[in-house]
Design a protein around this ligand. Sequence first.
Ligand code: HEC
Ligand code: HEC
Length: 337
Amino acid sequence: MRARAVAAALAAAAALASSAPAQQPTAPKPPHAVPPAPSFAFLATPPVGLPPMPQPDGYTPTAAMFELGSKLFFDPLLSRDRTISCASCHPAATGFAHADPRPKGIAGQLALRHAPALYNRGYGPLQRWDGGSPSLEAFVLEPIADAREMGSSVDEAIGRLRADTVHGPAFVAAFGKPADAEGLQRALATYVRGIALGDAPYDRFLRGDADAMTPQQRHGQWVFESKGGCWKCHTPPLFTDEDFHTTGVGARDGHAEPGRMAVTGREQDRGRFKTPTLRGVRLSAPYMHDGSQATLRDVVEFYARGGTANAQLDGKMQKLALSDADKAALVAFLESL
Ligand code: HEC
Ligand code: HEC
């Protein structure tokens, strides 16, 4: 009797999934039409659905560091000609990613890659698409000295911060000493850790709110977790394994870009790029390390084709048998995260 009830429930679920186009999807509940502002509180109490955030090495972040970092992130003083701030390439409205495939840095120069969304980077051990930076603290000074991005130097930035009538005293208040490279690292990294995103319909559904997701979004989740195979790399709840894979983005004539190999020197890392989180992904088009996919539908079509063929293609990438309804549902699911 019980087994039959289970079988009936499974059949009903399968019917729901395969009949999605006939279903009239109810209006999606916007997960976070305006995502919550970055918050120091997220370091201790992450949004619903996210695991505890790892602590940085060697110090305990404080609210004063976060406040200072939240001002520095938006201050063009860190760039040589005082025109470019972190937020120039990572505006909040587009998920802290940039709407151009490659954003413009100082004097109109193009950055080398797409500026990725900054959600939940506090969970990531390695930064950059190729993992070339070992921690958030190490990374945040790199754009300042990058000739294409902010075109300055850490020494120049420290000199300006010490002389600044607002930031100068704020450094002393936060760290008990004048601005230095370590303080700048810690303030910016603490702010970036506060850029956390969870509490999506998906998380509320898992917590027992049966109405949190639309039928179409649930169909999309089913595709994501079954024949789409997406979960293998975009592993919930962060929707990334923080590992590196060759999907063929950027591959030409069967040859992949160096990717992670440029960092490790190992041939088997050729073409590997970091799996980005899918949290807030609806905000951060265009997609991939080179911004080559304009929309989420384009991304889904890319995976349906099995990625771009090349000698290093990850074994988890294969052609997918997805119906039009499956693809639309997958997009709806991604938009709900
Ligand atoms: C000119 C545009 C530009 C500016 C200015 C800029 N970034 Fe970025 N940011 C990028 C690009 C491009 C990448 C990807 C770099 C790569 O993978 O090699 C990136 C990557 C990152 C990452 C790593 C994300 C990940 O998923 O690995 C973090 C964190 C970050 N930026 C924070 C900052 C901070 C903090 C500042 C200010 C100090 C800043 N950025 C300034 C363009 C910019
Ligand atoms: C083999 C591991 C792997 C699998 C399987 C996989 N992805 Fe990805 N995904 C990645 C990597 C790596 C990238 C970045 C590739 C790059 O830019 O070179 C990425 C990028 C993306 C992006 C772009 C995000 C952004 O911020 O630019 C989306 C969206 C995405 N994947 C969705 C999916 C969906 C949907 C599926 C299932 C149909 C899927 N992925 C399957 C590893 C994977």
